[in-house]
Design a protein around this ligand. Structure first.
Ligand code: AMP
Length: 542
């Protein structure tokens, strides 16, 4: 017998309609590419989204068409998210920090029919124009007309909107319809596309709104510092209006001073971003002696959160929660929120729990398997590759059967490539990416653990550990350190710090200093590049 409940489709447009109707005066404040803050309400936002939807239809955009964006986190990008998906087309956010070849590949692979481009990125489009699809039209995200870019140029964004009115009903269609496309920036091979549906996006926004996940309420002022071109801004442009929270979009300026000024002027209570951003922000707070008067919580994910960062922010009265996820997971999979039983632990023991990547949100299934595919126990010790499955996790890559076959099992389990343990309380901890693992004398050494310990040294800005081939042990760890400006920690002092936490055989044999560590387009340390820099053969550590 089937239940007798309404099967209203889970469509993204219903989120903005809800916000406009029931949180109509909640604000969206956005730092524009031009500099000043643009401010309006969810009610105003939906009106402009409807105009944009009409303009897209007039330009011949239909169901399933891909529309690309090369844009910072602003109100216009927010409007594109809703207007494009609202008419059944696909919003393809392009990461402008990718290499030229990768951008050319993904625009061609996605077959984008239109590209909405911030003025900052028009020179990029002009440079790549000869290698982009000839029929791809460009709209500048601006008031006035843009200079020629080598591809057909349409009237500017504001001109298009001015030509429409907001008398428009969002169409209804199957909730499984594709809504957004985001390519992963793998360091090897072509980028691969994760194609989110309306259903997956709405369910992910529901799930991340839960208190132990991200937790968003109508009393919050939320700022996704993670750009809107990274996995749909981690879903915040959906979760904030769903819950009636004020949304603050930071535009292009993500340095400590600019973020501080924005958080203070807009009353931000909650911000989300990668550890590199938060390390910079913390260093700004410490060196300037400034205090945040409204900011209470940070969610940090995308790379491991060093425990020293949690402690440093606690001194500023700000709680840091770690989240883990992937482009292929919309992205949120886990958070390291404490359980009631952890309240009794001392601060150090609590910190050890918070340093783990965390426990899964309801909806995310997880298992760890060994090299033969056998499931491993959740004992906090047995390590294996993490496999995940769930309604906001990919079932395949967009138009890429080979990549799909390599990553997704026929029964839907997705190979994350992360080598992890899961403890009896359900907290998952990453030791390494599968291709970065260090095996010394048959034992694992976690590069993440060593890196976290090294950045606790006051003179260290960032640290990376990679495997170096060794005749006797197979592999040994090499520690590469970028120091804070004007500092140079002594090798001995660093090793002494590590020796307090690790047995001798796990300690790096060598420590080297570099000006800066290389990063990927999503802000992760680029270990493939480090291996090249130090002449380490490609097969090592793979
Ligand atoms: P991306 O799809 O670019 O977001 O990368 C996903 C990968 O980033 C994951 O498979 C992890 O290896 C890594 N990652 C994400 N969050 C964390 C975290 N909190 N700690 C450690 N690694 C993380």
């Amino acid at each position: 017998m089937l239940g007798m409940m309404s099967e209203r489709p889970l469509l993204i447009s219903s989120i903005i309609t809800h916000a406009a109707t029931f949180h109509g005066d909640a604000e969206v404040a956005s730092r524009t590419v031009e500099g000043p803050i643009q401010r309006y309400t969810y009610r105003d936002a939906e009106r402009r989204m409807k105009r944009l939807a009409k303009a897209l239809l007039r330009l011949g955009i239909g169901r399933g068409d891909r529309v690309g964006t090369l844009a910072w986190s602003t109100h216009r990008h927010f409007e594109l998210y809703y207007a494009i998906s609202g008419i059944g087309a696909v919003c393809h956010t392009i990461n402008p920090r990718l290499f030229d070849e990768q951008i050319v590949y993904i625009v061609n692979h996605a077959a984008d029919r239109l590209l909405f481009v911030d003025s900052t990125f028009l020179p990029l489009v002009e440079r790549l124009a000869p290698r982009l699809p000839r029929d791809c039209r460009i709209v500048a995200l601006a008031e006035g007309e843009a200079p020629p870019v080598g591809l057909p140029l349409l009237p500017s964004y504001e001109t298009l909107l001015a030509g429409e009115d907001d008398a428009f009903e969002w169409p209804e269609f199957d909730e499984r319809t594709a809504a957004a496309l985001c390519y992963t920036s793998g360091t090897t091979g072509h980028p691969k596309g994760a194609l989110y549906s309306h259903r997956s996006t709405v369910l992910h926004a529901f799930a991340e709104s839960l208190p132990d996940a991200i937790g968003v309420s109508a009393r919050d002022v939320v700022c996704p510092v993670v750009p809107l071109f990274h996995v749909c801004g981690w879903g915040i442009p959906f979760a904030a209006p769903m819950n009636g929270a004020k949304l603050v979009l930071p535009g292009p300026r993500l340095d400590g001073a600019s973020l501080y000024e924005l958080f203070e002027s807009e009353g931000v209570t909650y911000a989300l971003g990668v550890p590199t951003i938060w390390l910079g922000f913390e260093s700004y707070l410490s060196s300037s002696g400034k205090r945040c008067s409204t900011l209470q919580r940070l969610l940090s994910g995308g790379s491991a959160v060093p425990p020293s960062m949690v402690t440093a922010f606690a001194c500023h009265g700000i709680e840091v929660r770690q989240g883990w996820g992937m482009t292929e997971m919309s992205p949120l999979g886990t958070t390291a929120a404490l359980k009631a039983k952890h309240r009794a632990l001392d601060p150090q023991a609590q910190l050890a729990v918070q340093a783990k990547q965390g426990r899964p949100l309801y909806g995310v299934e997880m298992k760890i398997v060994d090299d033969e595919g056998h499931a491993q126990p959740h004992d906090g010790k047995s390590m294996g590759e993490l496999l995940v499955r769930g309604p906001w996790i990919i079932s395949g890559y967009f138009a890429d059967e080979a990549a799909t076959r390599a990553a997704v099992e026929p029964d839907g389990w997705f190979h994350t490539g992360d080598m992890v343990t899961i403890d009896p309380d359900g907290y998952m901890q990453i030791a390494d990416r599968r291709k970065d693992v260090i095996k010394s004398g048959g034992e694992w050494i976690s590069s993440i653990d060593l890196e976290n310990a090294a950045v606790a040294h006051q003179d260290v800005a960032e640290a990376a550990v990679i495997a170096v081939p060794d005749a006797r042990w197979g592999e040994r760890p090499l520690l590469i350190v970028a120091s804070r400006p004007g500092c140079r920690p002594e090798r001995e002092a660093l090793l002494e710090l590590l020796a307090r936490q690790f047995p001798k055989w796990m300690l790096p044999d060598e420590v080297v200093w570099v000006e800066e560590l290389p990063h990927t387009a999503t802000g992760k340390i680029m270990k493939t590049r480090l291996r090249e820099m130090f002449g380490i053969p490609k097969s090592s550590g793979q």
